[in-house]
Unconditional design. Structure first.
Length: 145
């Protein structure tokens, strides 16, 4: 049997189709981003001050907390009612950046300190987060234990 005749056998075609299918599945697996958002975030027109916070957030926070605070497979969404100002005040964000946070609401593990971010930068990041929260109907609610 010649080479062409061997390539035209049904078993060769089945193997070829399976190999092609595995190749496509592998390509789709590696080409898809691994970070999935946890919540959908409506992004409003931001104030000039919050735009600075948006850039700082993208540089320092988005790798874990997702673009626009939507969460990822590495960290929780910050645009979530748990982070309303009555439960997590602005100072909570400052403490988190300075000291890190022990896991307590989510199962992502502990957040390490972020020493590269200054207090002024955290102020800008918090302003950005708060504007996103308001746009997504997350407002101050008194914390009750």
């Amino acid at each position: 049997m010649g080479l062409v005749q061997r390539l035209l056998t049904p078993s060769t075609w089945v193997i070829g189709v399976l190999a092609l299918g595995l190749g496509v599945a592998f390509y789709q697996g590696i080409s898809q981003p691994t970070r999935k958002t946890i919540v959908d975030v409506a992004v409003p027109t931001l104030s000039a001050a919050a735009l600075g916070g948006q850039a700082l957030f993208a540089q320092n926070c988005a790798a874990c907390h997702g673009m626009n605070g939507s969460g990822s497979d590495k960290g929780p969404p910050l645009i979530h009612d748990i982070y309303n100002p009555g439960h997590h005040s602005d100072i909570s964000f400052h403490r988190a950046a300075q000291y890190g946070v022990q896991q307590h609401h989510w199962s992502f593990g502990n957040m390490p300190p972020q020493p590269q971010v200054t207090e002024k930068q955290v102020d800008e990041i918090v302003l950005y987060i708060r504007e996103l929260q308001v746009a997504n109907d997350i407002r101050y609610r008194p914390h009750r234990m």
